[in-house]
Design a protein around this ligand. Structure first.
Ligand SMILES: Nc1nc2c(ncn2[C@@H]2O[C@H](COP(=O)(O)OP(=O)(O)O)[C@@H](O)[C@H]2O)c(=O)[nH]1
Ligand SMILES: [Mg+2]
Length: 326
């Protein structure tokens, strides 16, 4: 028993929030789910962590990256459903990674709280960037694209493939269009028959290093089909965590909302708290404030004011010196 708990925790801290049989039974009424109350508590905790607009802070910018088919868009819809006690919604288009258009177009789309959260409250829920179309390479182009996105120098819906042709200058001319990224979540399937995109991870690692160490988190999806007690899945998880140097609290192996776990389609009208609870525990870690998070706008104003005051004091001092030497 002790051995099992240890192994399970070695994988990811969210293990303890899934039942060991890997079974999720969607309830027609979310209140009937055994995790309903825990979900409501966790939503409150996340709201307290992010604070409200009164703090004058900007919301965090969280980039979701990975290769096509890894479950990025589904993860976003799952996160949005976990923040809601209404129902799951397909806010982000998912499952279209196989089409020609998506495969060859690299772009990102941002999802602010206005599109996925209650418009009526003032909590600073984060902005998510869903990025599509990366390939498993760590070429100079991929690195340049990632750096531009992390630095906030890319336009929404801009086709990133164009940067491959024109290089850095193209985007520098276009100017800064959104805030820099505060957190990176790398998403990947736990299907052991799909290779880990290690070259891409390498590029992510190099690109994030240039931006004052943006914290990287990792999510593995398809836990329902490829559970962590499968030996090959275990190996894949270990490699994934090693590639991105992910400690337990920055890694989660999760199940997304999908037809495979809800064949009756219950989630069209409600949420599934048993799916949400592990995701909310993970999001709590992601949202936790850090020293390098964007500061209050007020503080920035104060900074500028104090620089002016300092310059003024130095000039006044020089002036007094000059006068007294005459
Ligand atoms: N069974 C299962 N299917 C999933 C899971 N996550 C995503 N999918 C499915 O995998 C496919 C690709 O997901 P998508 O979110 O579009 O991946 P993306 O290309 O990384 O954005 C979709 O058909 C999803 O329904 C999961 O955790 N379990
Ligand atoms: Mg997608």
């Amino acid at each position: 028993m002790v051995e099992m708990v240890r192994e399970v925790l070695e994988n990811s801290f969210v293990e303890q929030y899934y039942n060991q049989a890997h079974s999720i039974i969607p309830q027609v009424n979310q209140e009937d789910d055994p995790k309903y109350n825990e979900k409501k508590e966790l939503i409150k905790e996340c709201q307290e962590i992010v604070g409200t607009t009164h703090s004058e802070k900007p919301p965090l910018n969280i980039a979701i990256i990975g290769l096509p088919g890894g479950g990025k868009s589904s993860l976003l819809n799952t996160i949005f459903a976990s923040f809601s006690t209404d129902r799951w919604k397909d806010v982000v288009q998912f499952g279209s990674f196989g089409t020609l258009d998506k495969q060859f177009t690299t772009r990102f789309k941002s999802f602010t709280k206005d599109v996925y959260y209650k418009p009526t409250d003032t909590y600073l829920m984060p902005t998510f960037l869903d990025m599509t179309g990366f390939e498993d390479d760590d070429s100079a182009n991929t690195l340049a694209l990632l750096e531009l996105v992390f630095a906030g120098k890319i336009r929404e819906n801009e086709e990133l493939t164009r940067a491959k042709k024109f290089g850095f200058n193209y985007f520098i001319r276009m100017g800064v269009c959104h805030r820099p990224v505060d957190r990176i979540i790398v998403v990947c399937t736990s299907n052991p028959n799909v290779n880990l995109p290690t070259s891409f991870f390498n590029a992510v690692w190099k690109a994030k290093k240039k931006h004052t160490e943006i914290p990287v988190y990792g999510v593995m999806t398809f836990r329902d089909k490829y559970p962590p007690d499968n030996e090959r899945v275990k190996v894949k998880i270990e490699e994934f965590r090693m590639c991105l140097a992910l400690p337990q609290y920055r890694f989660a192996h999760i199940i997304n909302y999908c037809d495979d776990i809800d064949s009756r389609g219950v989630h069209i009208t409600t949420t599934i708290p048993s799916l949400d609870v592990p995701v909310l525990h993970f999001m709590k870690q992601v949202l936790n404030p850090r020293q390098d998070d964007p500061r209050k706008k007020h503080d920035r104003k104060m900074d500028i004011l104090s620089i002016f005051a300092f310059i003024f004091a130095v000039l006044a001092f020089i002036y007094v010196l000059l006068i007294s030497n005459r």
